[in-house]
Design a protein around this ligand. Sequence first.
Ligand code: GLU
Length: 293
Amino acid sequence: MAQRYRGRFAPSPTGPLHLGSLVTALASWLDARAHGGDWLVRVEDIDYPRCVRGADDDILRTLAALGLHPDEPPVWQSRRETRYADALHHLDAAGHLYPCGCSRREIADSLIHVRERHQTLGYPGTCRNGLHGKLPRAWRVRVPDGAAATICFNDRWQGRQCQNLETELGDFVLRRADGLWAYQLAVVVDDAQQGITHIVRGADLLDSTPRQIHLQHLLGLPTPSYLHVPVVVNAVGEKLSKQSGAQALDTAAPLQALRQAGAHLGIVNGEDAVDTWLAAATGQWKEKLAASS
Ligand code: GLU
């Protein structure tokens, strides 16, 4: 029997929901509904310096005002940190990690050097074989070399994607020098633990996906299916975000917000109430799925 569909929306509480994040929320909700599956919300609040107090409640209230109700109570990553520590220990015990003593400055300097030799664009592996007298700062995971370094997946919206982790990225950080957990580790642990089968999110995370697939392999976890929706950009072509000045959604006009987000996904219908608009949009998303399969 096929596994029950479980999807999620995983906002970082760095500010209120804006059109860009609503597009992602709506796409993941529509895909879950169209598959008759569950839709979960996970607050990704472990990058503490970037989090804004109260933004989590604000996002959850806005989702509710727009008729996007999760099927289970939301979870907060800040309450799940022992799981990330367990995963890190597991990877370390299996020999996949090493402590890194490089500062950002040192990495930047050595990158200039290796770029001249056209070798790697990412971390050059300075601490791979020892700290060379430096103090440990961060924990890095080794990426595969040779043919195994290329990780490919079929994205349901963007088509086939491949990335060479060795030449395009290098060994990446799972626990930062400031002690914070890297998004890449936390997201993989939580998606697996919550039984997520389908990930729908913004295309700005396309190039994180091969890193996450690599971690799934190392941790013996299943790889979900992926769909990355195009990101919404502002007038000068920047991704809508708090930094690029995105406006908070007007929850007094929920239908207007849904229509705007829907249009970005190619979903337009004439319904004039939130519930009927969402029902019609779910039917339209189903038609899109049928047409693309
Ligand atoms: N928390 C991430 C963000 O808001 C999204 C993570 C994900 O969907 O995998 O950009």
